[in-house]
Structure formats: structure tokens, C-alpha cells
Design a binder for this molecule. Structure first.
Ligand code: ATP
Ligand code: MG
Length: 172
């Protein structure tokens, strides 16, 4: 039995993340999805709460054979103990998957095996691009799994990200 760990902010959970999860699923029996910056929400960079991101992930993976656990991970401004912080919040895992150089370095220093995953269509499958399209009223829906479109509709997510991205205005 192998259990993996994959961390992201998932703002929102998009098809790049979904492809990564599907490729990790070929290697592991179970996967922990760490929801990074879990305490952040209602900003242009981090519009959705940890709970909303859990809904996106859970509903997108409901038909998958993989056993998954979504675990919120709050930011800790102390990289030297970040891996212990992650481990304290997560089911035990055998291998971490990341392409982020800092995350890779921290796990390796802590003796955790790290695998890199391939990048999928990164020029459009990127959270920043999805959020920009949401703010600009452009087509974002085909960049995310269908259940994510439903969750964002249910929480009025487009109205939220557009409002919190507006600059202060005196109405002139
Ligand atoms: P943002 O622009 O908000 O940083 P992001 O797409 O980088 O969004 P994260 O939540 O930061 O999303 O991503 C978590 C991890 O998923 C990162 O380590 C990133 O390398 C990986 N990832 C993101 N998009 C893709 C993709 N298209 N293909 C493969 N991996 C991806
Ligand atoms: Mg990123």
C-alpha cells in the first residue's frame, strides 16, 4: 500500500492539477491533497476558502478509484519546520509529489522521497490564468473539471473574485 502527498493552493482546482492527480494515481493507492495557504480567502490571489476548495476536489474525484484525503495546511512562516507542520496535519505518506523547488528541497532535507510530475499545458492550465479570466469575464470554464464550475456557481465565486479584485473607488 502506497500513499502519496501532493500540495497546492488549488485557487481554483484546475485541469492541470486534475491531470497531475490522474498521473499520480497510476503510482499510488491513496493520495493526500494538501490544501496550501488554507487560511487565505477572499483575495484576488486566494479567492476561495479551504472548505470551498475541498468541495471542488472532492466532487472532481468522486468517480475515481483513488482513495483521497483533502487536508487543509495553513501557512507557517518558518520553512525549517514546515515538513513537520505538514506531517502533523496529514495521514502518513510514503512519497511527496511536487515541482516546486522549495517544497522539493524541504521534503528532501527531511528525508521524504520526492517525485516530480510532468507539466500539462502549463501556459493555460495555471491558477493565475484561470483567475484572470474569471475577473475579466472571459471563458474559464473549460480549464477546470465540470464539478468545479458547479461549486463556483453555488458560492457565487465569480462575483466574489470580481469584487475583491476591484480597486478602491470613490464612485467617480
Ligand atoms: P497559481 O498561479 O495560483 O500559483 P498554480 O496553477 O501554480 O496556480 P498551485 O495551486 O500553485 O497552482 O499548484 C500546485 C502545484 O501544482 C504546483 O506545484 C504546480 O507546479 C502544479 N501545477 C499547476 N499547474 C500545473 C499543470 N498545468 N501541470 C502540472 N502541474 C501543475
Ligand atoms: Mg503556483
Amino acid at each position: 500500500m502506497t500513499r502519496g502527498f501532493y500540495i497546492g493552493r488549488f485557487q481554483p482546482y484546475h485541469n492541470g492539477h486534475h491531470n497531475v492527480v490522474q498521473s499520480i494515481a497510476e503510482d499510488v493507492d491513496e493520495l493526500v491533497l494538501g490544501i496550501g495557504s488554507a487560511g487565505d480567502s477572499h483575495s484576488q490571489h486566494d479567492p476561495f476558502t479551504a472548505g470551498e476548495r475541498i468541495m471542488m476536489i472532492t466532487k472532481s474525484l468522486v468517480d475515481s478509484d483513488l482513495v483521497t484525503y483533502a487536508v487543509p495546511i495553513e501557512d507557517l512562516d518558518r520553512n525549517s519546520v514546515w515538513v513537520s507542520h505538514v506531517q502533523s496535519m496529514s495521514p502518513d505518506f510514503d512519497v511527496a509529489y511536487s515541482n516546486n523547488p522549495l517544497v522539493i528541497q524541504l521534503f528532501k532535507e527531511a528525508g521524504v522521497e520526492v517525485h516530480q510530475s510532468p507539466m500539462f499545458n502549463r501556459h493555460v492550465l495555471e491558477g493565475t490564468e484561470v483567475r484572470e479570466r474569471m475577473i475579466d469575464g472571459k471563458d474559464w470554464e473549460r480549464l477546470v473539471p465540470d464539478p468545479v464550475v458547479d461549486v463556483i456557481g453555488e458560492i457565487d465565486g465569480i462575483e466574489r473574485i470580481q469584487r475583491v479584485s476591484d480597486s478602491d473607488s470613490n464612485g467617480e
